[in-house]
Design a protein around this ligand. Structure first.
Ligand code: SAM
Length: 282
């Protein structure tokens, strides 16, 4: 079942905090939490309002992802997404998610941006009283809905439908490569997290060092597209291309800092195949 939210929060999203009135603060979070775990709330302007974006920063030139193409691709692969994750990561993604969830800390409300099928949310639900997940792909959300663990919203990560300081933490898993404007994304995540709360990202990266680097290039360049083609050739070719061209963790950390986040830390897992960024909202 889905619920259409016809009343978006008051006031336009702002990069600077504190422009919204006290009355509008948390308005949509409490509204969403009134619905059961199994409803998908639809931000009423999702279709029309998906932000287009700006080039990713960093040393590597990566094409700006086209949000509509990304949305369609995840719509096509939603039912097989979890299985492919387990196959292609050889099961390691579970440990990576566990680590990212642990670095989110504990608290009342957590936000899972680009929630997908909700795997990370289910881990966050052990640490936070309630978890809200946002994604613009309805088929991905429908899988998450069946599995439970989070209140779900169909919406745009670049225009989060919440007031300032609404959450204790915001996390994004394996999605930076799909988002069209990283600066805008981190500013939005920082805006909706209370001062002292954390913004966390878990992302596929390229391992440093010649041997692991070579093995990784082979795996991502040959194995991922071949296995992925069994489900959706284009989507998994995109995955391989974006991992190869995505900015280095240090460049991502710099974008986070430029977006107003503080104490940005980088933690590499599995030799650097995956990187977690943790930052604090000032
Ligand atoms: C690779 S999946 C990651 C899903 C999940 N976070 C995980 O850890 O498995 C990327 C997700 O980001 C979503 N996405 C990409 N850009 C988005 C945007 N601008 N707004 C909302 N969702 C977006 C896609 O629909 C997709 O579900």
């Amino acid at each position: 079942m889905s619920v259409i939210l016809n009343e978006p929060p008051q006031g336009a999203p702002s990069a600077a905090k504190g422009r919204r009135s006290e009355e509008s603060r948390h308005y949509l979070v409490s509204e969403i939490l009134r619905f059961s775990q199994n409803d998908i709330c639809v931000q009423n302007d999702t279709e029309a309002g998906i932000a287009v974006g700006a080039p990713h920063g960093g040393a590597d030139a990566m094409k700006v992802p086209d949000p509509q193409a990304v949305r369609k691709a995840f719509g096509r692969i939603a039912r097989r997404y979890d299985l492919l994750n387990t196959l292609l990561s050889l099961g390691l993604h579970k440990a990576w998610r566990r680590r990212a969830a642990a670095l989110c800390g504990e608290g009342r409300w957590a936000l899972d941006v680009c929630v997908g099928t909700g795997d990370l949310s289910r881990r966050l639900a052990r640490r936070f009283r309630r978890v809200v997940g946002v994604d613009f792909s309805r088929p991905m959300l429908q899988v998450a809905q069946r599995r439970g663990g989070a209140a779900l919203i169909e919406g745009d990560a670049l225009a989060l439908p919440f007031g300032d300081d609404a959450f204790d933490c915001a996390v994004i898993g394996f999605s930076l490569r799909n988002v069209a404007d990283l600066g805008a994304l981190f500013r939005e995540m920082a805006r909706v997290v209370r001062p002292g709360g954390r913004v966390v990202s878990l992302e596929l990266t390229r391992p440093p060092g010649p041997l692991l680097g070579w093995a990784h290039r082979w795996y991502v360049g040959a194995v991922v597209p071949a296995v992925g083609a069994l489900v959706d050739r284009e989507a998994y070719r995109h995955l391989a291309e974006t991992v190869g061209a995505f900015p280095e963790p240090e460049a991502i950390a710099a974008i986070m800092a430029e977006s107003g986040l503080r104490e940005v830390r980088i933690q590499r897992l599995s030799g650097g195949i995956v990187t977690i960024h943790v930052a604090v909202v000032p």
